[in-house]
Design a protein around this ligand. Structure first.
Ligand code: FES
Ligand SMILES: [Fe+2]
Length: 421
């Protein structure tokens, strides 16, 4: 059983992971088995596979998996490898209503994973029992329309244990009331954990993003934890204050453009002396190990952090809005995140954008590019033999980074974890 971490506030903010956790191939390979192979990862939305036979393939650690909609319209997950000689069966996304057909020797599987047919079965495999040759099951769970998968058929930690108290009203069910307004993918030359930690760093908002996001100081932020996950809450009142001044990019774009009224209503009853206490409306759920979910005045968004190599990560952002608002949403977001790679179709870029392709680089006035840039700088710094971690900001500032690292250690190095908690 994987231990539940204590609240992040009980941990002294500090760097817990050694530099090789971000740079070495050996650590990266071990993570694939010992971390991603044993926990729950986000795979897709239920609404991404609405029809019988719709499927999405995902790679979780060393495990190729396929998530599909079966004949009874249930979502199921299988190991996407043929039970004959192990070829990967499906690729990408699509529909396999007529069954999963392996292209090597045409073994065929039903949508419930059972074997449908084996060519020349009677001649070549007369003594084989088809019942033992079905696709291997992995595990899945659905929360608010998001499908999470675990490569193990019998996970150490059940899906409910993994969710561990994330509130039922954490965000609205992601159903047909929303559509994708914007999808942006970046290829970052940095380890996936640096990308996750940067998103979790409350201290940098006012500095790295001074001229773009201009986020709140740490005394306007709060973090709470649920099991392995944490939830960041920015203060609405902070945004109300800057909105009154009417001169910041964030206020002008997000709230002025989209939801001024909702913000005013949300903050109307808050007395100035309670400003620092007041939170809500800007919840960011950092779901261990690698997806960030946000639901606020602007709608729903998730940010998936996909490891590719020790020093390479795909950052995938998908933003959702009610149908009909896609263009407004795109316009509002485009001020904060002028999209460096997407000029034609509204909102969707399938080819990940690299920093080297972004016009202006760090100075492109895109806060996501600023984040990508700093992660790449961190990756280079951590490789230096002269690297030595300094002190970390307590509380929401950099405490959630320590919390995340402690959770990584709970899979990767329990001994070291016991030394620090
Ligand atoms: S490997 Fe799939 S049919 Fe032979
Ligand atoms: Fe950032």
């Amino acid at each position: 059983m994987i231990p539940n971490m204590k609240n992040f506030e009980d941990l002294k903010a500090q760097q817990l992971l050694p530099p090789e956790a971000y740079t070495s191939q050996e650590w990266f390979e071990r993570e694939k088995d010992e971390l991603f192979g044993k926990t729950w990862s986000f795979a897709c939305l239920e609404k991404d596979i609405p029809e019988v036979g719709d499927y999405i393939t995902v790679q979780v650690g060393n495990y190729p998996l396929v998530v599909l909609r079966d004949r009874e319209l249930n979502v199921r997950v299988f190991h996407n490898i043929c039970r004959h000689r192990g070829a990967k069966i499906l690729e990408g996304t699509g529909n396999c209503k007529t069954g999963l057909k392996c292209r090597y020797h045409y073994w065929m599987f039903n949508l419930d994973g059972s074997v449908r047919g084996i060519p020349q079965k009677d001649v070549l495999f007369s003594d084989c029992d088809k019942a033992n040759l079905g696709l291997k099951q992995a595990s899945m769970g659905v929360f608010k329309g998001m499908v999470f998968v675990n490569p193990q058929a019998e996970p150490d930690q059940s899906f409910d244990q993994w969710l561990d108290g994330i509130k039922d009203d954490a965000w609205e069910e992601i159903g047909d009331e929303v559509v994708v307004a914007l999808e942006i993918n970046y290829e970052v030359q940095a380890n996936w954990k640096l990308v996750f930690e940067n998103a979790n760093d409350g201290y940098h908002l006012s500095y790295l993003h001074e001229h773009t996001l201009g986020g709140p100081l740490t005394n306007h932020q709060k973090t709470v934890s649920y099991g392995l996950h944490s939830c960041y809450q920015g203060s609405n009142q902070y945004y109300a204050e800057i909105l009154k001044k009417g001169n910041t990019t964030l206020a002008q774009t997000l709230y002025a453009a989209m939801d001024k009224k909702a913000l005013k209503e949300a903050t109307a009853d808050v007395a100035p002396e309670d400003y620092e206490e007041f939170t809500g409306g800007h919840d960011l759920y950092f779901m261990f190990p690698n997806v960030v979910v946000s639901s606020g005045a602007l709608g729903f968004m998730y940010f998936q952090i996909i490891p590719v190599a020790p020093n390479k990560t795909i950052s995938k952002f998908r933003f959702f809005t009610p149908p009909g608002y896609e263009k407004d949403y795109y316009k509002a977001n485009n001020i904060l995140m002028p999209n460096p790679g997407v000029k034609t179709r509204v909102g969707v870029n399938e080819k990940p954008i690299k920093l080297s392709e972004v016009e202006g680089g760090f100075d492109s006035k895109n806060f996501q590019v600023e984040d990508m840039w700093i992660c790449e700088q961190m990756q280079q710094g951590l490789k230096s033999p002269a690297y030595e971690a300094g002190p970390y900001a307590p509380g929401t500032g950099e405490g959630p980074i320590t919390f995340f690292q402690a959770n990584v250690l709970s899979f990767m190095d329990k001994e070291k974890l016991n030394e620090v908690i």
